[in-house]
Design a protein around this ligand. Structure first.
Ligand code: GTA
Length: 319
């Protein structure tokens, strides 16, 4: 089987746990695009996670902007403390608080833009109550599969990656084999500044596998390949060992083209809970024991209050 490693080794600063990336990656066009954003309503925010999800418009098109303050890493501390402007807020005995204003290159805010955004994107990011659904084999065939076929999110962004029409320069590893091959690259959610919140996705070249439900023992070579070569590539590029990685699949995923998440164990990423995450190692073992494990078993997953799929389960009297 052919395997190709992307050229150009990234420098790894394991001690500082911070990675160097091209700060000008997005370029000026990206900046102008974002400054045209007209704020509509806040879909969700979290002071603890320091994120805000906002719905609005960019040049009359529906848009969602996600802003996230990035972590402060050890290697920037000396510069940050030395070069920030400082304002004393209060002092009391041995205690004092300050407002530091770091220079621009140390105060980046990770920003994700979805434009044009659909109503389904708005629902996805809106804070909502969630419910657990227990989906039998029969439910999958009669409720979930018709729903996936009619109204799931477009996977055009996935095809763009596989065809090198987008993010080609971000590929960390590729195995081009059409049956068992995949592309490994940084996830949307990772700014690649530090490995503490490392997040990559492996996207399979095959286009006939939607999710965990489609897997049988026939796909064991594919899954073992992703696990083995994905872990190897991450160790080589980022010096992060398998023992520090959560390698898993979501059920239900948002995007129905088979992909595997590689996430730092130190990062409490969204979707890591037991109700949605399936460790790849467990998936491999289950398929070794029973080829049709994921076809036959009842699978539990969370759904948001106004998720259409939840509505379909209700209509069918399954909730
Ligand atoms: N490299 O264009 C892309 C791209 N897109 C469109 C999605 N992804 C992409 N990666 C690249 N380029 O991990 C990534 C997603 C996700 C994976 C799909 O593909 O970041 P999934 O099918 O299992 O879907 O995985 P999932 O996990 O539901 O999607 P997602 O977007 O991660 O949403 C889950 C929750 O994460 C959201 O409800 C929200 O709470 C949170 N979240 C999503 N995006 C962000 C963000 N940018 N910052 C912070 N939190 C976020």
């Amino acid at each position: 089987m052919a395997a190709a490693q992307n050229s150009g080794d990234a420098e790894t600063h394991q001690a500082a746990k911070r990675l160097k990336t091209d700060e000008t990656e997005a370029g000026n066009n990206g900046e102008k695009f974002i400054s045209n954003f007209e704020v509509g309503r806040v879909l969700r925010d979290s002071t603890r996670e320091k994120t805000i999800f906002v719905h609005g418009k960019i040049d009359d098109q529906e848009a969602i902007v996600i802003l996230e303050k990035t972590p402060i890493t050890e290697d920037v501390l000396p510069e940050m403390l030395k070069t920030s402007t400082q304002t004393l807020e209060m002092r009391n005995d041995i205690y004092s608080t300050y407002k530091l204003r770091p220079p621009p290159h140390l105060s980046g805010v990770k920003t994700t833009v979805i434009c044009p955004a659909t109503e389904k994107h708005v629902k996805k990011y809106l804070r909502q109550e969630t419910f657990l659904i227990e989906e039998t084999e029969q439910d999958y065939q009669s409720i979930t599969l018709p729903y996936i076929n009619s109204q799931s999110f477009s996977v055009q962004w996935v095809y763009n990656i596989l065809e090198k029409k987008a993010e080609a320069d971000r590929i960390v590893f590729e195995d081009p084999d059409p049956q068992d091959g995949f592309v490994l690259l940084p996830d949307f959610k990772w700014d690649q500044k530090q490995v503490d919140d490392l997040y990559l996705i492996a996207i399979v070249h095959r286009r006939d596998l939607k999710s965990l439900r489609d897997l049988t023992a026939d796909q064991l070579p594919l899954l073992r390949n992703i696990r083995e070569k994905g872990l190897e590539a991450i160790m080589k590029r980022y010096s992060v060992p398998a023992s520090k990685l959560r390698v898993m699949l979501h059920y239900q995923p948002s995007y129905y083209h088979l992909h595997v998440h590689f996430i730092s164990l130190d990062y409490d990423a969204p979707g890591c809970g037991v109700e949605r995450a399936h460790l790849l190692a467990d998936v491999i073992q289950n398929l070794q024991h029973q080829s049709v494990y994921y076809r036959k078993h009842t699978l539990t997953f969370p759904a948001r209050a106004d998720d259409t799929l939840l509505g379909k389960f209700r209509e069918a009297g399954r909730l």
